[in-house]
Write a protein that binds this ligand. Structure first.
Ligand SMILES: NC(=O)c1ccc[n+]([C@@H]2O[C@H](COP(=O)([O-])OP(=O)(O)OC[C@H]3O[C@@H](n4cnc5c(N)ncnc54)[C@H](O)[C@@H]3O)[C@@H](O)[C@H]2O)c1
Length: 249
């Protein structure tokens, strides 16, 4: 990934943070876009010898997505890769979920992925091709209770990935998707803390995997890095599951 210009959304925390740390060490030139101030993360990467710019961006907003692509072009003159890690989650049965909850999850996860891709693809094409990596979830592939809205948003990202891959294959842009299982990040911890019985939720989450453990953000970053790199040159429209065996059972 040396010298590749890469935007990572959601790069201030969890899987996105592990991804920018990994790509920073690999010598990529980064734009870290997040609603949570990403400046300290960029500063840390620069202090370690990497190349990173930070931009505060809400990916559900068209203008913010355009601004993060402009930030890459103005800092580095091009864009090679977009990695969509920003996402939100909430658990509820649908009769207990307000329309505002549906709109919030869809706005960040699905509309945000759409807006970021729409802003980035012309710039990646201009650079002669590259890659997009979306982040969905194991939940896009199975039905578990009390999380239908998030599941639908992630199912949309899987279908969107396949369709987008086909639209841009002739542009030399590969579009792939990672479906993580439970990964130990602030998002997962928040879900555990908010559960009626946090200890039982944590046990169920760990037990849902074949490996009987949560993934580490770095383990998903490794898969994302691979899909973003030229090593994945024959992969597009792929849905890559990294879930400790959860969906294989
Ligand atoms: N952790 C898991 O178990 C797990 C499992 C499957 C899929 N995922 C997916 O992985 C991705 C990363 O999740 P994580 O666990 O690292 O979560 P996280 O909460 O640690 O990180 C998500 C980041 O996205 C940012 N973000 C949220 N809304 C945003 C917006 N509107 N615009 C810009 N940035 C925004 C947050 O500020 C945060 O920094 C998400 O798409 C999530 O759905 C996570």
């Amino acid at each position: 990934m040396k010298d590749k210009v890469v935007i990572v959304t959601g790069g201030a925390s969890g899987i996105g943070l592990a991804t920018v740390e990994r790509l920073g060490r690999d010598g990529a030139r980064l734009v870290i876009a997040d609603k949570t101030d990403p400046a300290p993360v960029a500063e840390k990467i620069r202090a370690a010898g990497g190349t990173a710019e930070a931009i505060a961006a809400d990916i559900s907003q068209e203008a913010d997505c355009a601004a993060m692509v402009e930030a890459a072009k103005s800092a580095y003159g091009r864009l090679d890769v977009l990695i969509n890690c920003a996402g939100v989650n909430a658990r509820n049965r649908i009769e207990d979920a307000g329309l505002d909850e549906f709109e919030w999850i869809m706005d960040v996860n699905l509309r945000g992925t759409f807006l970021a891709c729409r802003a980035a693809i012309p710039a990646i094409r201009e650079a002669g091709g590259g890659a997009v990596v979306n982040v969905a979830s194991e939940l896009a592939l199975m039905g578990v209770p009390n999380i239908a809205i998030y599941t639908a948003s992630k199912g949309g990202i899987v279908s969107f990935t396949r369709a987008l891959a086909s639209d841009h294959v002739d542009d030399g842009i590969r579009v792939n998707c990672v479906c993580p299982g439970p990964v130990d990040t602030p998002l997962l911890r928040q879900g555990i803390v908010n559960a009626p019985d946090p200890a039982a939720r944590e046990r169920a989450s760990v037990e849902s995997t074949m490996m009987k453990r949560h993934g580490r953000p770095e383990e998903i970053a490794n898969v994302i890095r691979f899909l973003a790199s030229d090593e994945a040159s024959f992969m597009t429209g792929s849905i890559v599951v990294a879930d400790g065996g959860a969906t294989a059972q």
